[in-house]
Ligand binder design. Structure first.
Ligand SMILES: *[C@@H]1O[C@H](CO)[C@@H](O)[C@H](O)[C@H]1NC(C)=O
Length: 507
């Protein structure tokens, strides 16, 4: 019997400058942003004076790198001396006497540094997609129900813990209950018991598609910011194609796990439509997301290892998507040649782009700068953490009217918009209708060197050489042009796809 200590799942976003003393509670799991642009003060080694930057100390301790991560902070009493040392690229300073201190541990260290045990830290939204086909048959269907009952019990489903819903795969997928229908363990176990066998084809692809499309929405009880997991159980092999469905699930940030029980025997392989179905369906084709159980008659010993795998948050690589892990800056030409109504169309275009992303304080972030000869920060990446507010803020931008100094605009955007960013990749989308009076190439290169991917969108008189000079490589994929402002609306999907393509290439 294990004694498991669970701290509540509390993920506290902090800045690079947050000091240990700024944290009210003991033991929170804090989320540090990318701190590569900051100089942070750190005092001590192992035990840090509470004037130290928490994120700086975590980098010094080697818990994560400069690009950020999560760390648990433990408050300690003050000490008479703190030792200086150089570690992981951070120089910590010595200090004699301070009133309080803190130490750090990686998020799973209560389990001795190993993967987490089963615990209420596991705040997942889980869809169980079970096999209800002729293939499995009534008897093994019941064994499958036993298995997921044990799985649900071990997951410790609860109002603030993991939520579990259930979909049956057969000819057509059938949702039995949603994530929030049963959040008490007893009710859930009873509901699983009541699920009736359907029979029919094994259209697992259809079931994954159905689940990815409908299951995790807020109306259906999906919780914002909670990792999404789909556990697909399959006896034998699917009778339909999984590839499209799996792609949709991945793009939606869903971590698909395939649990195959009773794999096809060698003599059956000829009947299998796609032998690589497991590799195609999983979130990422590594050993983590596929799990094989030889027979329905010996599933018990697999309950715990599978639960641990599902609950290892670090393994849920597919929770980050191009829609929820990007910082996007808009650099908007406000020169006189555009005119008020065309300027509105430019804002509509940008609102169309913004609408595609999951904007929130834990998701994508959007900011905007308008430029003429002058520059104006319309709103920063951290100003509007809700999508509707971002779109309203875009619509409210008032037209400046003036000259066109795009190069100066780029420099200003890099310095002001991207000074501090959320986790994820950085993109700058430049929209202009004409020739710049200053050089655009050097400022754009500066931005690219800082890790900002630049898309240029030209309208009317915008010269193609300028657009290409600003855009990231490969130029063709990052340069867009339309003759008139009405044409902008059609470019929206291409720009969004471009952002997702860049995001996926680098991840
Ligand atoms: C689950 O909840 C939804 C919405 O809250 C409701 O419409 C549906 O009837 C519930 N289903 C069950 C099986 O209780």
């Amino acid at each position: 019997v294990y004694l498991i200590f669970c701290l509540p799942f509390l993920l506290l976003p902090v800045t690079c400058m947050t000091r240990g003393a700024d944290l009210a509670e003991d033991g929170p799991l804090v989320l540090c942003p990318d701190c590569s642009q900051y100089r942070m003060s750190v005092f001590g080694t192992g035990v840090y004076a509470s004037v130290s930057s928490v994120c700086g100390a975590a980098i010094h301790r080697g818990i994560f790198g400069r690009s950020g991560g999560t760390v648990r902070v433990h408050k300690l009493k003050g000490r008479h001396s703190y030792m200086s040392s150089y570690a992981h690229g951070v120089q910590s300073q010595a200090l004699s006497h301070w009133t309080s201190s803190f130490s750090l541990s990686s998020r799973w260290s209560h389990w001795g540094g190993t993967k987490p045990n089963v615990c209420s830290d596991c705040q997942l939204d889980i869809a169980m997609v079970i096999d209800s086909s002729n293939n499995i048959g009534r008897r093994r269907f019941n064994l499958q129900k036993n298995f997921i009952t044990k799985l649900a019990a071990m997951l410790k489903v609860g109002p603030t813990g993991p939520h579990v819903g259930l979909v049956q795969a057969s000819g057509s997928p059938q949702t039995e209950f949603l994530l929030t229908n049963y959040t008490q363990p007893k009710e859930l176990l009873f509901a699983i018991k009541e699920v009736a066998y359907l029979g029919g084809d094994t259209n697992t692809g259809k079931a994954i598609m159905h689940t990815a499309e409908t299951f995790y929405t807020q109306e259906n009880g999906g919780r914002r910011g909670h990792p999404r997991v789909m556990v697909v159980l399959i006896d034998g092999w699917p009778s339909d194609d999984l590839e499209q469905a799996a792609m949709l699930a991945r793009e939606s940030g869903i971590n698909v796990f395939m649990v195959s029980v009773a794999k096809p025997a060698p003599e059956e392989l000829g009947m299998v439509r796609d032998k690589d179905f497991v590799q195609k369906a999983v979130c990422k084709d590594n050993a983590h997301f596929s799990y094989s159980i030889p027979s329905w008659f010996s599933t018990t010993k697999h309950v715990k290892p599978l639960t641990q795998r599902l609950c290892s948050l670090d393994g849920l690589l597919c929770s980050k998507t191009c829609y929820n892990s990007v910082n996007i800056g808009f650099l908007i030409d406000g020169s006189s040649s555009i005119g008020d109504s065309n300027f509105r169309m430019m804002l509509d275009f940008l609102a169309g782009i913004a609408r595609s992303f999951d904007i929130s304080d834990i998701g994508a972030r959007i900011g905007a700068v308008q430029f003429t000869y002058d520059q104006r920060l319309e709103f920063g990446l951290f100003d509007h953490p809700r999508k509707e507010d971002t779109i309203n803020a875009l619509r409210r931008i008032s037209y400046m009217s003036g000259g066109t100094a795009t190069g100066a605009g780029i420099t200003y955007a890099i310095q002001n918009l991207f000074r501090r960013t959320g986790p994820g990749r950085n993109f700058l989308i430049i929209i202009t209708d004409g020739q710049s009076y200053d050089d655009v190439q050097l400022p754009a290169l500066e931005g690219q060197k800082k890790g900002i991917t630049i898309f240029s969108v030209g309208v009317a008189w915008a010269p193609l050489e300028d657009l290409k000079a600003m855009a990231s490589e490969p130029k063709e994929g990052h340069t867009f042009f339309t003759r008139d402002f009405i044409g902008l609306a059609e470019i929206v999907p291409a720009v969004v796809r471009g952002i997702c393509r860049d995001f996926n290439d680098k991840n």
